[in-house]
Design a protein around this ligand. Structure first.
Ligand code: GLY
Ligand code: MN
Ligand code: MN
Length: 504
């Protein structure tokens, strides 16, 4: 429905109940929205049983507060709504740092952390309590709620998220009070601003980059000349790279859902299947099993498309004799898996495909062994490179050892979590880090090698948990060997597809 077709909700529409009822009756079919929506009509999604407990968010905020000087304050912003085209926006996704610290899902929100706390004016909080965290949220608006779903509002957010919450209209005055308190001993000299909703945009006519983040910092600096404006990005990365028990629980669930999706997609793969049909099987399973979204656009490429690292169009038909590369992960409660399998479209790898597959598998095996406490994060990739470089020379694909980079042009390791390429400081591995291991070989047509290797793209990607002992491959339940994949395809071909049932 277009926005223009709907009369705007305004205060003047507050008609007496009788007239409203009459109008509703008369206009129901042609103008169903003329009736004023009752104040509490719109369903507010309650917190889910799997949600991260509020105590965990409080623990994370306390950790941030404990690193801050008493004269500082920190502001975290929600992500902005991104426009798709005209009056249609992309589905909203909260900023990961903001979400990590309070779990509040709505746009136009901010979180302020205040070491030592603040006692708000009685008009804002009659309790006289001291608050070291303030959440600012958008005001309820029945017209907007009718169109896009309930807005939590300050009153409900306070109870649901366990943080003192105010409407956005109070943000500037509270910030001003904090930065210029009457008591000069409390003057705050450092403002941490870690996440800007948008950091920069490119001005289309000049092509010049307008750095919004820098402009905002300058403006704030001008307004409060004594304040030093700094970032806590590194602190947040330090925290987010080590997963707590709740994050591991959600990541395991995202991974399990993703594995089910991969199984369904594999079962749907046969010669002449379209990439989008296989994507539908994958993402259909994600949604049926309770994932809210994909963690990143699904990568499903057959034949030549298997050699495009982040191919997302999914329009081609898979042909007999080709490989199909699927890099797909479900997002569950904000946490995303990142899993890749490469399979033979006809159910059996050709001799060349098998050679390349086994080489990538050997590289992954060598790399995974190194996901151990205290190991430099670069070691697994260098182990994978050693295997692939030697293997490609042995197969005659390359003669110059450095040329392995032509066919293995990416790294093997990144954190996963709230982001598919999650925050982290990439130093040494520590227990409860969870990272991918994803070596690959891609030989597009036209490459300087025997054409029997052309159009073979293979990546194997698993999610590995670092522990005090052995690495744990959390995604291990999905076969990784060439033989395991062939056996799975044979079993799938022998029985009609069964859709997994929804378990939550
Ligand atoms: N799915 C993106 C990546 O593997 O990094
Ligand atoms: Mn990855
Ligand atoms: Mn991936």
């Amino acid at each position: 429905m277009f926005a223009e077709n709907v009369p705007k909700y305004t205060k003047t529409m507050k008609l007496p109940a009788l007239i409203a009822a009459f109008l509703t009756l008369v206009c129901q079919s042609a103008f169903p929205v003329f009736a004023q929506p009752p104040a509490a009509a719109y369903y507010l999604h309650p917190r889910h049983a799997d949600d991260i407990p509020l105590s965990r968010y409080a623990e994370r905020r306390s950790k941030v507060l404990s690193t801050m000087s008493p004269k500082s304050l920190a502001v975290f912003f929600a992500a902005e709504v991104r426009n798709r085209q005209n009056d249609v926006d992309y589905e909203y996704r909260q900023s990961s740092d903001f979400w990590y610290l309070c779990g509040f899902p709505e746009s136009e929100s901010s979180l302020v952390l205040i070491p030592g706390g603040i006692v708000l004016p009685k008009t804002l909080d009659s309790t006289g309590a001291r608050h070291d965290a303030l959440l600012f949220v958008k005001k309820r608006d029945l017209y907007l709620e009718m169109r896009s779903g309930s807005i939590t509002g300050a009153d409900r957010a306070k109870t649901m998220y366990g943080i003192m919450t105010l409407e956005n209209v109070n943000f500037a005055s509270v910030l001003g009070t904090l930065l210029q308190p009457e008591d000069s001993t409390l003057k705050r000299d450092t403002v941490f601003v870690t996440t800007f909703p948008t950091s920069a945009v490119v001005e289309p006519l000049s092509g010049e980059t307008v750095n919004i983040e820098r402009e905002s910092r300058l403006r704030l600096q001008k307004q409060y000349p004594r304040a030093v404006i700094r970032s806590q990005k590194r602190l947040l990365a330090d925290m987010r790279q080590i997963k707590d028990a709740d994050e591991l629980r959600l990541l395991r669930k995202a991974i399990d859902i993703s594995l089910a999706g991969h199984r369904e997609a594999i079962a749907q793969t046969k010669p002449k299947a379209y990439e989008y049909e296989i994507e539908a099987a994958m993402e259909g399973a994600f949604k049926r099993l309770g994932a809210e979204d994909v963690g990143y656009p699904s990568i499903i490429g057959a034949g030549a498309n298997s050699c495009i690292l982040h191919y997302t169009f999914s329009r081609r038909q898979a042909e007999a004799g080709e490989v199909l590369l699927m890099d797909c992960g479900a997002e569950y409660h904000g946490y995303t898996a990142d899993i890749t399998r490469t399979i033979p479209v006809s159910g059996k790898f050709s001799p060349e495909q098998r050679e390349i597959y086994n080489l990538v598998y050997a590289a992954q095996e060598a790399a995974i062994k190194e996901y151990r406490k205290g190991v430099d994060w670069r070691l697994p990739h260098s182990k994978a490179v050693d295997v692939i470089r030697t293997g490609l020379i042995k197969l005659g694909v390359i003669t110059n050892p450095d040329d392995y980079k032509l066919y293995f042009p990416h790294g093997s390791v990144h954190y996963i979590g709230l982001d598919v390429h999650d925050a982290g400081n990439y130093a040494t591995f520590q227990p409860n880090m969870i990272l991918t291991c994803e070596p690959g070989i891609y030989i597009p047509a036209g490459s300087a090698c025997d054409k029997k290797w052309w159009d073979i793209g293979v990546r194997i990607e698993d999610d590995v948990l670092v522990t005090d002992g052995e690495p744990v491959i959390v995604s291990a339940a999905l076969p990784r060997t060439a033989e395991g994949i062939e056996a799975m395809m044979k079993a799938a071909a022998a029985q009609p597809t069964k859709l997994p049932s929804k378990k939550r």
